[in-house]
Design a protein around this ligand. Structure first.
Ligand SMILES: C[S@@+](CC[C@H](N)C(=O)[O-])C[C@H]1O[C@@H](n2cnc3c(N)ncnc32)[C@H](O)[C@@H]1O
Length: 304
């Protein structure tokens, strides 16, 4: 395939779907060549990056298993009986925070966990607080943004039995041992006073809500999230524009955690479609100058 960068200028006149269909006929090994990667980056920046900035409430139990395994390993490093503070910002209906608490509590039941779940929509915060879900039905229906897919699929119910208790009406309720010591609240992640409200956290989850923001707001919001990380703590940040993330984190003093980087990056099948979809996952490319930051989701603030 000998496409030049200037060849892509004509894409403006050609329907995107057709271009995408042609792109998808290109064999995977060819798509992984440096030339095709650069072509993909060009398409993304020029034609995709500024398309639909769609905020949703989509969240899912045990969404990224390799990420949860690394969280377990990081939690294992805390001293016995330590107090550990966790916050999920943009928590939606709570599946992310409950999954992380499950991952940590099952390996370290001695830790004294306190958690915050915060979202700008009070409707989803209320759903999170109730902790009741229906298989194959998104619990965020009727809230501020599109609900997205369900928090739990019926095929996964049996594998989630330690986390979700089936109720007689067919719904699923988060088990009591995972509901303790969580404060659910309505809050705006871009609000500079968030640190006064929550304090600094050992695990700060800031996933999948900064991507739809305009760049200046996303940058400000990410800086606000960084301020919430305690010394020695970890920031988890995904679903954000990679240029914004790289720019802000490079100057932040936080260091990328590279454990299982590839597995974590590849884990979510729903993020296919790069470079044609805004949410599409850019392929991990270690020849990029800032690859360690660009393709990491976990960052560590030193000095515990
Ligand atoms: C796609 S969901 C992500 C849920 C969860 N963090 C996850 O990754 O599974 C994004 C959530 O962020 C919330 N959100 C969007 N903008 C926000 C803001 N400025 N402050 C707090 N929450 C926000 C939305 O209401 C939505 O529930």
């Amino acid at each position: 395939m000998s496409m030049t960068m200037t060849g892509f200028i004509s894409l403006r006149q050609v329907p995107r779907r057709l271009c995408r269909a042609v792109w998808e006929t290109i064999p995977s090994p060819v798509r992984q060549t440096p030339l095709m990667f650069r072509a993909g980056r060009y398409i993304y920046r020029k034609f995709t990056r500024n398309t639909v900035r769609l905020q949703t409430h989509y969240t899912h139990f045990m969404r990224n298993p390799p990420l949860l395994s690394v969280i377990e390993a990081l939690a294992s490093q805390f001293p016995r009986d330590a107090q550990v503070k966790i916050a999920s910002i943009g928590c939606s209906t709570g599946a992310e925070l409950y999954s992380v608490l499950y991952a940590i509590r099952r390996v370290r039941d001695d830790l004294r966990l306190t958690a915050y779940g915060a979202d700008i929509s009070d409707t989803v915060v209320e759903v999170a607080r109730r902790g009741i879900y229906h298989p194959d039905v998104p619990a965020a229906q009727g809230s501020a943004y599109a609900a997205g897919r369900a928090e739990v699929a019926s095929v996964d119910v049996s594998s989630l039995s330690e986390l979700l208790q089936p109720l007689p009406d067919g719904s699923l309720r988060v088990r009591d041992w995972l509901r303790q010591d969580i404060t659910w609240l309505t809050a705006d992640a871009t609000d500079d006073s968030l640190q006064d409200l929550l304090g600094r956290q050992d695990f700060l989850l800031a996933n999948n809500f900064m991507g739809p923001m305009e760049d200046p707001l996303a940058e400000r919001c990410l800086r606000n999230m960084i301020r919430l990380v305690a010394p020695g703590g970890y920031l988890f940040v995904d679903g954000i524009d990679l240029d914004v993330k790289t720019r802000v984190l490079k100057a932040s003093g936080l260091r990328p955690v590279l454990t299982s980087q590839e597995e974590i990056w590849a884990s979510e099948g729903a993020r296919g479609g790069w470079p044609w979809l805004r949410w599409g996952r850019e392929p991990l490319n270690r020849s990029e100058a800032d690859w360690a930051i660009r393709y990491s989701i976990i960052f560590h603030l030193g000095d515990r």
